[in-house]
Design a protein around this ligand. Structure first.
Ligand code: ADP
Ligand code: MG
Length: 219
């Protein structure tokens, strides 16, 4: 699903920062993988490259058979919308929209009718055990519920891969276990899942841990 070859990334500036220093990595379809490392080691930069949110300088990234290199912004957005679901630490829900509307939003951008996108969003929320919360605003939900809404939103476009950046970073340890249980369930149904975390308990609930230190994969 993912093939990275000698990926290098430098953030320009008065003092350029060489953040990824020759990353080689393969992730197979259906894997559940954690990327772990200290703060500032380059985890989010790597995940953003995997998610076609950011460019790399040299090397090669092949995602599901497509070379991700020198893409136009339109093509990048098209591939991103087709292949990738994102989950973030801070949930990134829209506070004035209820759960169904948040989950349905990616379908709005795909031009799906209101009736159809709401039906699909409700179905996805139901899978997350949130049917009773569908018409509540994010502010009325617990952290774990908010993250499950965000996961439902990530799934609504039927992506090939889920990328999550510290998805349990804002949750207490019991809620973290619940959210990891959701990722494990999705993975058991075949979803390729990559989770950035610095929590060893989260890493332990995946099937492979990739360790990154100062822009280099060490393990
Ligand atoms: P992690 O997610 O492991 O904490 P990041 O990938 O966010 O690490 O950051 C790696 C390094 O790159 C850090 O030193 C960070 O300050 C720097 N960095 C991240 N994003 C940018 C950016 N957009 N511009 C410049 N430097 C950045
Ligand atoms: Mg980070």
């Amino acid at each position: 699903m993912i093939h990275l070859e000698d990926i290098n990334k430098t953030y320009p500036g008065a003092v350029p920062l060489h953040v990824l220093k020759g990353i080689n990595l393969d992730i197979a379809r259906g894997e559940l993988v954690a990327i772990m490392g200290a703060s500032g080691s380059g985890k989010s930069t790597l995940l953003n490259i995997l998610g076609i949110l950011d460019n790399y300088d040299t090397g090669e990234y092949i995602l599901d058979g497509t070379l991700i290199k020198n893409l136009s912004e339109n093509r990048a957005a098209e591939l991103r919308n087709k292949l990738i679901g994102f989950v973030f630490q801070s949930f990134n829900l829209i506070n004035y929209k209820n759960a169904v509307e948040n989950v349905a939003l990616p379908l709005f951008y795909q031009g799906v009718s209101r009736r159809k996108r709401n039906a699909l969003a409700l179905e996805q929320l139901d899978r997350m055990g949130l049917a009773d919360w569908a018409h509540h605003l994010p502010g009325e939900l617990s952290g774990g519920q908010k993250q499950r809404v965000a996961i439902a939103r990530a799934l609504i476009t039927k992506p090939a891969i889920i990328l999550a950046d510290e998805p349990t970073g804002a949750l207490d340890s019991k809620t973290s276990v619940d959210v990891m249980q959701v990722f494990r369930q999705l993975n058991s149904e075949g979803m390729t899942t990559v989770i950035v975390t610095h929590d060893p308990n989260v890493g332990a609930q995946t099937n492979r841990i990739i360790r990154i230190s100062d822009g280099i994969i060490t393990q």
